[in-house]
Design a protein around this ligand. Structure first.
Ligand code: PHE
Length: 451
């Protein structure tokens, strides 16, 4: 099978596309605001430096040195316990597919709101908070058909992109969607300069307040860094298997971190300008994107329409480039391991994800979701909990320990030396062997038992 490689910029944008997603846009800004503004951004950068970047480089080296799918990557690079490590790789890949299912359900909701923003002028968006809440809750708990249709649109978009392969699919879409996302955010940022809420937003996000930094902030920073950098889920391993020789891997990694932070801060400034301009409550996730923001856009007339279309399109671009990255690892595995065609692999993986997605949709539907609860949790919540709180940290620890202890040192040095000094590689070894796994283990225990 001919191997496809990303171009240098294509790799950075594809990985940045994976990184920048719902995490950066709807979680990061709020967590920053709640945890002492730029004091938290500094903490996040520190955590990126000592936990996320080392794990990222670990996963990158597993991918690049093996040039294989995640399962065979682990198997190829060890002489002992091949089967066990193969399972570790397989587990991360499955985790990714699990996350893809409910991630795409959420992307479907974004498509729904884009369609509302486009549907009538001046606006069909709800203009007060109560109407907005009712609209969203009815959609979530009653309108399974609507959710199914929009989920199918999100799902189909990803499958179509992935069917075109690494270069003309993943790379091509990232190379235009990422700059487009950036331009839309910049446009909205310029618009928000004209509003008085901007000063408050800047204060909320940027003025450092170190008194708000506590143990909780530390754990939030680790969790956020991991999720937003797409670690622990076979994504970086898979994308790095198609990394072209001669790509500066250290610079690429730093660029991805920088793009992620820049997007998150710009998105945060925009979102909170609106929130403060209209005296709304700063919140995160679902409430922010599907309840507060639509009402604020609705109050701005035709400009609100434009901003709303732009905001939801930007969110779709960010989320689609992330969603394809969590579907690809499994697809890549089937292609490599069983020599299946890309189309057949997509059908196989896609069917699994589609079924899980449908189960996630019905999990929220009144009168149906209650019927298949497990451990007191509905299916959607359970999937999210298992994947993000248990499997994802374990996958990250597995990758770090594997690169730190199992891969031959000479191989790592040969790979890193053109771009990093021996001293830097030494520091990386120390972090990846001792510091990163411990931090990740700590957050896992904390999230499971104390939060
Ligand atoms: N990084 C993406 C986000 O922030 C989500 C994601 C996680 C994508 C893990 C791939 C792997 O939304």
């Amino acid at each position: 099978m001919a191997k496809e490689h990303f171009s240098k910029i294509g790799y950075v944008l594809a990985v940045a596309g994976s990184a920048v997603g719902l995490g950066a846009i709807w979680k990061f800004p709020y967590v920053v605001g709640q945890n002492g503004g730029s004091a938290f951004v500094l903490l996040y950068i520190l955590i990126c430096a000592i936990v996320a970047i080392p794990v990222f480089l670990a996963e990158l080296s597993i991918g690049k040195l093996s040039e294989s799918d995640t399962v065979n990557a682990f198997k190829k690079l060890t002489t002992k316990n091949k089967t066990l490590w193969g399972y570790v790789g397989g587990a991360t890949m499955l985790t990714a597919a699990m996350i893809a299912s409910y991630y795409l359900v959420i992307v479907g909701w974004v498509f729904k709101y884009l369609s509302i923003s486009l549907s009538s002028l001046p606006t069909a968006l709800p203009s007060d908070m109560n109407t907005s809440k009712t609209l969203f809750m009815e959609f979530l708990t009653k309108d399974w058909l609507g959710q199914l249709i929009f989920f199918a649109i999100a799902f189909a978009s990803c499958i179509i992109i992935l069917s075109r392969g690494v270069k003309s699919g993943i790379e091509k879409i990232s190379v235009w969607m990422m700059p487009a996302l950036f331009l839309m955010l910049i446009f909205m940022l310029l618009y928000s300069f004209s509003m008085s809420g901007f000063i408050k937003a800047a204060e909320f996000l940027l003025v450092p307040d170190f008194s708000k930094i506590g143990l909780d902030s530390l754990f939030s920073a680790i969790g956020l860094a991991f999720f937003t950098m797409s670690l622990g889920m076979a994504v970086i391993i898979t994308y790095s298997a198609s990394l072209a020789d001669g790509t500066n891997l250290f610079k690429s990694t730093i660029s991805v971190v920088a793009i992620n932070i820049a997007v998150a801060i710009i998105a945060g400034l925009v979102i909170f300008t609106f929130i403060f301009e209209f005296n709304a409550e700063p919140s995160q996730g679902v409430g922010l994107v599907f309840m507060s923001l639509p009402t604020l856009f609705a109050n701005l007339g035709i400009v609100g329409n434009i901003l709303s279309v732009m905001f939801f399109s930007a969110l779709i671009f960010a989320a689609i480039t992330s969603a394809i990255s969590i579907i690809e690892p499994f697809v890549f595995f089937l292609i490599r391991e069983f020599h299946m065609s890309r189309t057949k692999s997509l059908v196989a993986v896609g069917s699994g994800i589609f079924i899980l997605g449908v189960l996630c949709i019905f999990a929220n539907i009144e009168g149906i979701g209650e019927k298949y609860m497990l451990f007191g949790k509905d299916f959607f919540t359970l999937l999210d909990f298992t994947a993000e709180k248990i499997l994802l940290p374990l996958g990250g620890i597995g990758g770090a320990l594997f690169a730190g202890y199992v891969i031959k040192k000479e191989a790592i040095y040969t790979l890193f030396r053109p771009y990093m000094t021996d001293w830097m590689i030494g520091v990386w070894y120390f972090l990846v062997r001792y510091i990163s796994p411990l931090f990740v283990l700590a957050i896992m225990i904390y999230m499971l038992f104390f939060s």
